[in-house]
Design a protein around this ligand. Structure first.
Ligand SMILES: Nc1nc2c(c(=O)[nH]1)N(C=O)[C@@H](CNc1ccc(C(=O)N[C@@H](CCC(=O)O)C(=O)O)cc1)CN2
Ligand SMILES: Nc1ncnc2c1ncn2[C@@H]1O[C@H](COP(=O)(O)OP(=O)(O)OP(=O)(O)O)[C@@H](O)[C@H]1O
Length: 204
């Protein structure tokens, strides 16, 4: 099943394509250098310095790299939760236990993901997070995020809101992905900070 048929904002689809094609043009060196810079910046964030549980994800392909950051958090004793994509695009969670604990999973026509191999903790496990690292393709001047279009993180944010949980919401991006404006829909919620190789921008 594709989400595209029920896309409510057609502008988002075109924008996603543009951002993805720029990412696809990056070299392996670009991706590696950015990952190191992002990890260094993210590790300096006060939002992460005090977090005991961080919900994150494992970057794949030309996504801004997260693996170095995940390993550094693990080494600090932080509990790192990773998403498991479910058939309805909602997310289950598992604990990160190092690179050897990941499995490559192909979900239909989507890109292959690296997911935690261990115990599934259930969608509500996200409520333990002190900080959430959300994937995205762009963030605008208000903190509105353009995601991949699955609505997975829209659901995560709705679940947090319902439960009254208020973790720090952080997105890691390339510099060119921080833009003036992305289209927003009623269900979209702003994030609190965006980290790029050249700096950190906060929205609250
Ligand atoms: N590394 C990583 N893990 C992640 C995400 C992510 O964006 N990146 N997710 C973020 O939610 C969740 C998984 N959701 C995903 C949603 C779409 C696609 C994907 O490949 N979409 C295609 C378009 C597919 C289509 O048109 O149906 C694409 O973007 O090229 C991948 C993961 C959880 N794990
Ligand atoms: N709380 C929710 N529960 C169920 N579906 C939702 C929820 N919020 C949004 N959706 C649906 O998810 C789909 C994708 O939404 P949108 O285009 O905003 O995704 P996105 O923010 O780019 O993706 P993601 O949240 O995975 O990063 C839309 O069809 C939307 O109606």
């Amino acid at each position: 099943m594709s989400h595209v048929g029920r896309e409510s904002e057609p502008g988002k689809r075109m924008l996603r394509r543009g951002f993805l094609s720029v990412r696809n043009g990056l070299t392996a060196d670009d991706v590696r250098e950015t990952a190191a810079a992002l990890a260094a910046r993210a590790l300096g964030l006060p939002e992460l310095a005090h977090a005991r549980t961080v919900a994150a994800y494992v970057s794949v392909g030309s996504e801004p790299g997260t693996l170095a950051l995940l390993d550094a958090l693990l080494a600090r004793g932080v509990r790192v939760l990773l998403p498991v994509l479910m058939a309805d695009n909602d997310l289950d969670w598992g604990a990160y236990a190092g690179p050897g604990s990941l499995v490559r999973v192909q979900h239909g026509g989507k890109m292959a993901l690296l997911e935690p191999a261990g115990e599934r903790l259930g969608p509500e496990a996200i409520l333990d997070a002190d900080a959430v690292l959300l994937p995205g393709l762009a963030v605008d001047a208000r903190g509105m995020r353009l995601g991949r279009g699955g609505g997975s993180y829209d659901r995560v944010l709705a679940r947090l809101e319902r439960a009254g949980a208020d973790p720090a919401l952080v997105v890691l991006l390339y510099d060119t992905e921080v833009v003036e404006r992305v289209p927003e829909e009623a269900h979209d919620r702003p994030v609190h900070a965006v980290v790029t190789p050249s700096g950190v921008r906060r929205f609250r």
